[in-house]
Design a protein around this ligand. Structure first.
Ligand SMILES: Cc1cc2nc3c(=O)[nH]c(=O)nc-3n(C[C@H](O)[C@H](O)[C@H](O)COP(=O)(O)OP(=O)(O)OC[C@H]3O[C@@H](n4cnc5c(N)ncnc54)[C@H](O)[C@@H]3O)c2cc1C
Length: 427
């Protein structure tokens, strides 16, 4: 692995690669990021953004691991923009964790949108043209093709894409969010669903995002100047969501550095999912870990009949789980380690746990999304076998997520305190 300025759109799915990319990006995480981050000039020029999102999303590297060196290197003022962007992720995760109905409603409305697609030939034709990048709108078509090929788009391109999808092409936003969730290497139920809702005017009531040809031309270095874009973006509407719930309890808090390792039973299993590929940092006593299983859920992300998970996203998931399994196994010398088949059902997890005579199974807390729903089923199947499933939630999440009760700008006020609590200090 070379420590070079490498943030290509091929994403080797290892923690080592994520850390190398972070090191290579750090010199640019200060003022130049603040100045340049909105520009998407294509791959003729080095990217102004980190392209760390797939690594952060699957927790091959943690938010705090990304923020700490940027903060130390550039100081509070010059790192502020980068830190705030990383904290957007933390905020969205917290916001959805307190309001799971936003995701459940999206999933239900997606079913309705797919039914409409099947019943309406014109809608279906427009949808297929959008997915294939055949709309005639230059920027949009290029982004659609990049999404399919690389599984990654610049933030500004995602905003333009979502805006054109909703307001120019007048396609149901849920179908666009589903396309992203199946295609992006960093696809995340919180960041994705809530960003689409934000563009549509659902997230910040009445405030939409309108893509314009001038803005696209200015921030793509003149690569595109699309014609025929909508000139108005009337907000979509919905019934109010239920009020936020409290943060659900987790069973374990990972042991802090230097503290005794967790040993919830003498024969513990470790279950690794794509929600957290840093299982060795959950603070378990490796000598108590008898067996480790890793399982990815590409099918849960691409619900039956809605299309396949894209090749880049599928490859990243698979590589990340292999890498996570190998690292976790290295810290638990006596443990057997296995990759369960993709989308293994809950019964398969229970069978594996029984076969290894486990007394308890530990997994990282999974935030709202398909993996959390799957873990609920696994918990029930394991419970029938008398094996408790214990979730471990990181202090970063437990401290930050309950603060996502209002808008981001209220949450942002808490960033200095959250960094201090995590021991992230400039001196
Ligand atoms: C419609 C739409 C859908 C999106 N879907 C996803 C998604 O599924 N998964 C995802 O991780 N991000 C999503 N984003 C947010 C954002 O576009 C990506 O996180 C960002 O483009 C990743 O590029 P980067 O790693 O170079 O980011 P950088 O600018 O280098 O930022 C560093 C990190 O901060 C976080 N971050 C930055 N901007 C945002 C943001 N606006 N919201 C949340 N986190 C942010 C990411 O973890 C990112 O890796 C979406 C944005 C839009 C508008």
């Amino acid at each position: 692995m070379m420590d070079v300025l490498d943030n290509s759109l091929v994403f080797p799915a290892t923690r080592a690669e994520g850390l190398a990319r972070l090191r290579a990006f750090l010199p640019r995480a200060g003022q130049s990021y603040a100045k340049e981050r909105n520009h998407d000039r294509g791959d003729a020029e080095p990217s102004a953004v980190s392209r760390l999102s797939p690594y952060i999303r699957h927790r091959l590297i943690l938010e705090e691991e990304v923020i700490r060196p940027a903060f130390v290197r550039h100081g509070p003022r010059h790192s502020a923009r980068f830190v705030e962007e990383v904290m957007w992720r933390t905020y969205w995760k917290g916001w959805l964790e307190l309001r799971p109905d936003a995701f459940l409603r999206y999933e239900a409305d997606l079913v309705t949108a797919v039914e409409r697609l099947q019943a309406d030939a014109a809608l279906s034709r427009d949808y297929e043209a959008a997915v294939a990048g055949r709309t005639g709108i230059d920027a949009f078509d290029a982004f659609a093709r990049s999404l399919a090929a690389d599984g990654w788009l610049h933030n500004h391109a995602r905003m333009w894409f979502a805006s054109i999808w909703i307001f120019t092409l007048r396609l149901p936003w849920e179908l666009g969010a589903d396309l992203f969730l199946r295609s992006l290497v960093d696809a995340d139920p919180a960041s994705n669903t809530l960003s689409w809702r934000w563009v549509a005017g659902l997230q910040t009531k009445g405030k939409t995002y309108l893509a314009t040809a001038d803005n696209i031309a200015a921030f793509t270095g003149g690569r595109f100047r699309p014609e025929g874009l909508a000139t108005r973006a009337e907000p979509l509407e919905e019934a109010p969501l239920p009020p936020p719930r409290g943060l659900p309890a987790a069973d374990l808090a990972p042991a802090a550095d230097g503290a005794p390792r967790l040993r919830p039973a003498d024969r513990v299993g470790l279950l690794v999912t794509e929600e957290d590929c840093l299982a060795e940092a959950l603070g378990l006593d490796g000598d108590a870990v008898a067996a480790i299983a890793a399982v990815a859920h590409p099918g849960a992300r691409a619900r039956a009949g809605f299309g396949e998970t894209g090749a880049a996203a599928r490859a990243f998931l698979s590589g990340a789980l292999d890498d996570a399994l190998a690292r976790a196994a290295a810290t638990a010398p006596a443990a057997s380690a296995v990759r369960l088949p993709d989308d293994a059902d809950a019964a398969a997890v229970a069978d594996w746990a029984v076969a290894h005579d486990l007394e308890a199974l530990v997994t990282a807390y999974a935030p709202v999304g398909p993996v959390a729903a799957w873990l609920d089923q696994a918990r029930a199947a394991l419970g029938d076998a008398g094996i408790p499933l214990l979730t471990a939630r990181r202090a970063w999440d437990t401290r930050a997520w309950p603060l996502a009760t209002k808008g981001y700008f209220a949450f942002r006020e808490s960033i200095p305190k959250l960094l201090d609590q995590a021991g992230i200090r400039a001196d």
